[in-house]
Design a protein around this ligand. Sequence first.
Ligand code: SF4
Ligand code: SF4
Ligand code: FES
Length: 1010
Amino acid sequence: MSDNNANKDDIKIKSKQVTIYIDDVAHQVNPDNNLLAGVLSEKINLPYFCWHPSMGSVGACRQCAVTQFQDEDDTRGRMVMSCMTPVTEGMRIGLNDKSSEKFREQVIGAMMTNHPHDCPVCAEGGECHLQDMTVMTGHTIRQYQGSKRTFTNQYLGELVGHEMNRCITCYRCVRFYKDYAGGDDFGVYGSANHVYFGRQSDGELESEFSGNLVEVCPTGVFTNKLFSAHYSRKWDLQSAPSICAHCSIGCNTSIGERYGSVRRVVNRFNHDINGYFLCDRGRFGIGFVNSDKRIRQTKGIEFKGVQLTNLDLAKSLVHFRGQTFIGIGSERASLEANFYLKQLVGSSHFSAGLSNKEMALAAQHQKLIQNYQAPSLAKIEQSDLVIIIGEDITQTSPRMALSVRQALRNKSVELASAMGIPSWQDAAVRTIGGEQLSPLFSINSMTTKLDGVSKQCLILSPDTILHCLSVFNEMLMHSINGKGINLTNDGLLAEEHLVFVKSLVRALLAAKNPLIVTGWSLQSAQLFEQINQCMTTLHSEAFCAHNQDANKVNLAVLPRECNSTGLLSMIDKKTLSIDDILETLAKGFVNNATKNKIDGIVLLEQELGSLTESQTKTLRAHTKTLIVLDHSQSRISELADIVLPVAAVSEGNGHYVNYQGIVQQYYQVHPPVLPIQDSWRWLDSLANCIFSPNKTNQENVHHHSLKELNDYLNHEFEDWPINSQNIDQSNGEANKGIARQTHRASGRTAQMANISVHESKTTQSTFDDFNFSMEGLANSSSTTDEMPFTWAPGWNSNQSINQYQNEVGGTLLNGAEQLRLSINANETLMDKWSVSPADLDQINTSEELREGTINEKKNQSNTFIFVNQTSWHHGDWQTRTVPEFTQLHQTNTISLSEKYLDEQGWQEGQYLALSFELADDVISTLAIVTLVENMPKGLAFAQVFELTARQTNLNLIVTLPSQASITQHQEKELARLNQAKIDKVNVLQQLKINDQCIPIRLVAGGLDDV
Ligand code: SF4
Ligand code: SF4
Ligand code: FES
């Protein structure tokens, strides 16, 4: 583990300071930001609405008025909007003077004339910025007696609710949705006192960031529907800091529970990673924890009492003692659980659950991450050139796409800066920048939502992308060697591709802060090797000498899941691939020399998404004992002999490692109902019952807490990367100082308040620093980066985070140093899996690569190279169990080239029959066709419900379906949507029943702690 310098990325640290006088008291503030930010950074209360630390100022609400005085002798001053006023040395302002105070009160009074004052029934109640600001300004009596303006609300989909009457016209929503996140199905309509924020007509919000409206809106216009459906308020929740479990970005979240079930996820500010925003997968995907697909009981373990105990488990497992098991880890299990499993089964019996193809990818990824430290999202936002290769980040890692959008605005910021306009003057910067953006080049096998803001984008088959990169690299070397960029077209690149490559080289040579983004989506190890070669050129002395003023090119490689990078760090030359395992099972032993028999497989949170149905059956048929540890049902858990139900992210403790290698801890929000427990607790049992001969310590192991587990791993295994001293857990001691609940808890919203305001007590965990009550501080005195929720005196909304930042929008006060995992490819890179430069020469560079001729022969028989474009709501296996997300996948779609459709005489919008060839299986379904211009005829990409995210780069055959099969398919899709609706209702009903009868345990340390 190496210390990370991520905090040094922070450009907002108080570097420059000037002195200003606020109500005659001198303060040091940053002149690069506006006056409002300066005042708030000094922790002085000043009300505001339209300004947002990430979105800057537009001066729309007039709430932040202060009086600015010319000098000490000026007693009248003039009123200014602090969010629109730059900070200057020696400036004098008054917050407490009568005129600005009165003005602020009147502004809010005017806003409240039409507000319905429906706080008791508003989901925002108790965490409403409007409530806080109303109190702050002293507007206590409503004088307006007239009738109020009312609006009709819209249906905005299953995730976000709409109550327009609460609007105070601050424009934050539309500025976030359209300007910041690039959505185009939301706007502002009307005029004067009838300004409406919503869609042109009812319908699902299309942006994958729609949930941020709930946090961005300072009042209760936009609400989290999933949270509102199961009535609760912020003060009812017991919260804990967590990490999003839905992709490799590692956004920091705060999860709130009530009566033992998860109620919602909100953003937890992390300056370097997610800042103020989450994507909708991270916010609403938590529904998988409450899903009816959860595994709640063991299978294949006998017990006689009321509750399974460790003794029962030992009796059931003892006859496996000493047998040989293969352990398959997972990209979504914690670092602890994966490492522990690997130690138990031994390196030569451990698999990361990856196919041969994916192992080659992993080997290349190790090399890239070792050589090029991935930038944080904060750093990505400083880029002046972005190149995206083979990854649709808008769907796989949406939060990064949001950062890339901000990076593209750097051109406007630069133009405005040249005219003396600071970056926080949002409206002015946008006006000056107009359509001008910093360049984004995208070379992909599908269309993406960033195409519209790219300077140039190409849609090519994976092989052609490789060839373009090879030409790009060659051209780059020519240019830094002074030979210019005019290569003779070798005839293998179409003219437009060559133009693209040339523009890319020119842009790179001109950029000061370039960034390349790629990922696992195309599953091409050759692509990673090609990028490695380009990066070698871009980091070469010759290139750096050529571009002396520029920073070195950054590279971000995106793996698939929340702990893919953690698992990557464990892959070594002995690690088995899934193909190895299938082969091994067929012959019955792993090691050819010892001929050790394989008695079974332990699958840790692993659904084996890349296996076909018949491969799964083969695996089952050849495995004597299949032990599955998972939180939700999968086809693998259904085939297992023994199933052990494990904790989901909100129910357990552990660490995930994000795409940069940053190790982040997630905390138990609510102890699960036994026998559900952390994977590592089950592994304790397996260690004692099955694997004891492998243990260095023959004593039974039983770890009560994550800290105890880390102490053990630290002590027993040299290569355990986390120093257990860094685990922030009290280890059962009375060291609790942080409240999980806000002190507004009152009991008046108790579930059965009509009978008693006594709130049922939730099971308590004793192994962390957080109290299951409102007793304690809102944060630890030593650090603010693991706050369960944000609250500060006078600030009940999420904007209270201002009070915990060094400077508004900057790093957190006393933030702990982030830890970065060292991934050393030299030790672990396997000869078996590596792609050598020579392998790249094997790539098809024949004439077929040329535009329009690729795969021409196959194309004649309607066969395509197929690339799977997974959607954000079905991007990971866990989110597939969320009914609201299933409802979002209305129908399968397939994208084909316009040219091909013309030739066939097929129309956009009609159904086509698809047959995907996967190893020894065929998956057939139907999809509605959409046409794409300028796309190779032999390429197809699609969003298909029947495929998992891992099934890509396949052969696809497309034919015309019969009317009967279309009807059948439509019925199937309708049934799926109806089933999702039923599932949603059932989950809610079950949760309401559970609310009435919470199983009580005093502590939550495992099976025997009842
Ligand atoms: S809906 Fe909310 S965010 Fe949008 S303008 Fe109204 S109050 Fe502001
Ligand atoms: S899914 Fe990824 S981008 Fe979205 S909130 Fe989670 S970690 Fe962040
Ligand atoms: S916050 Fe300054 S005008 Fe709105």
